[in-house]
Design a protein around this ligand. Structure first.
Ligand code: NAD
Length: 369
């Protein structure tokens, strides 16, 4: 009897529903194969929720998310809601969801598929086979530290300030996620800080060293953020897992992801703390937004969403084998020369969102024959 997993689906706005639909089909394929059973709930978030209820996220939806085994989210926002009040804008719904679920660890893989290596702005030989996982602390650091603000000085000038703050508990919980993920991958963890200038991150480095004692088989290194930024574009292959603060992770994950070439290919996961029964809240979403310019036209690339679902299988359900199969299927579809418009190059075949979904399922069928 296959395990039953309760998933909250939040398609959101723009291309969100279109790409979520392709994951729903992959889920259906898995169920038909007897690999797993899903109990699916669906709800509104973002602009579509504002249209229906006047708010970007309802407390009922937060309740559903908390009781689900995992949340799958499309994307939120779009020009239609650009002029709504700041605190009820679509993105506020997503931020509130992350906060309510205590999602402190953001996982952003940067993987280069050989077939897309030429889409990168970096040289093919630098990025071929690239596979980095950036673990960004998501709920602390300078983005949330107090005091913060802008004040007017007696001379009429202004003074703006933010506070970089981390506690040992915050460093330990994100650090442990980094070590655990390194154990699941190639056993190497690089902690990125600015210990030569910022006391707070000197403390970060000391605490990471402290928890390293619990993970003797992980090879730990430390790197200053300015060097890390340089190394990500110079020699990204040297990294396996990178763990870092909120702001450094924000910047480095964007730099690393661009090495891979396309927004439509980038998945992400955000994880909360483990509870006593070993479960954690988790939300999986593509890095891209709602792409209003192509919404409703069948042009969206569903692969980032499909790869986010593979992360769900790997990190929430420990189904590494099926996650590997989905990733291999994506790779083989690309090797066949199929492309959505965003990754289209000369000599390849341009396909629609649903045709790309069909191809992924056909590739899965082939793997499981
Ligand atoms: P975007 O990621 O939506 O689009 C940027 C460009 O990439 C567009 O040309 C778009 O067509 C293309 N693109 C993105 N995803 C694609 C896909 N899967 N397939 C094919 N092409 C794709 O970023 P944007 O234009 O800056 O933002 C549009 C809206 O999305 C805004 O309202 C923004 O606030 C929102 N947004 C939401 C999220 C989120 O929900 N996490 C993230 C980023 C942006």
């Amino acid at each position: 009897m296959a395990a039953i997993k309760k998933i909250l689906m939040l398609p959101g706005d723009g291309i969100g529903p279109e790409v979520v639909e392709e994951v729903r089909r992959v889920m259906g394929w898995m169920e038909k194969r007897g690999l797993i059973s899903f109990e699916l709930e669906e709800d509104l978030i973002g602009g579509s929720c504002i249209d229906e209820y006047g708010v970007p996220l309802r407390s009922e939806t937060i309740g559903l998310a908390k009781s689900a085994d995992a949340v799958l989210l499309g994307a939120v926002g779009g020009p239609k809601w650009d002029n709504v009040a700041f605190d009820v804008r679509p993105e506020a719904g997503l931020l509130e969801m992350r906060k309510e679920l205590g999602l402190f660890a953001n996982l952003r893989p940067a993987v280069v598929f050989d077939a897309l290596a030429d889409s990168s702005s970096l040289k093919r030989e630098v990025i071929l086979g690239l596979n980095i996982l950036i673990v960004r602390e998501l709920t602390g650091g300078i983005y949330f530290g107090e005091p913060r603000g802008v004040e007017t000085l007696p001379d009429g000038g202004r003074r703006g300030y933010n506070t970089l703050v981390y506690t040992t508990d915050e460093v330990h919980r994100i650090g442990r996620v980094g070590f655990e993920l390194a154990l699941k991958r190639n056993g190497r963890l690089c902690s990125v800080d600015k210990a030569n200038v910022l006391e707070c991150t000197r403390m970060w480095r000391e605490e990471i060293n402290r928890i390293a004692e619990d993970f003797p088989s992980v090879e730990l290194s430390h790197m200053l953020v300015d060097n890390a930024a340089m190394q990500i574009v110079r020699d990204p292959q040297q990294f396996d897992v990178i763990v870092t603060t909120n702001m450094f992770g924000d910047i480095l994950s964007d730099a690393a992801s661009m090495a891979t070439g396309s927004l439509g290919m980038l998945p992400s996961a955000s994880l909360g703390s483990l509870d006593n029964s070993g479960n954690r809240n988790a939300l999986y979403e593509p890095v891209h937004g709602t792409a209003p310019d192509i919404a409703g036209q069948g042009k969206a690339n569903p692969l980032a969403m499909v790869l986010s679902f593979a992360m769900m299988l790997r990190y929430s359900f420990n189904m590494d084998e099926v996650a590997d199969s989905i990733e291999h299927s994506v790779e083989s579809v690309l090797n066949l020369g199929l492309r959505t418009r965003d990754i289209m190059t000369e000599g390849k075949t341009c396909v629609s969102t649903s045709a790309m979904g069909d191809a992924v399922i056909a590739a899965l069928e082939k793997l499981y024959k």
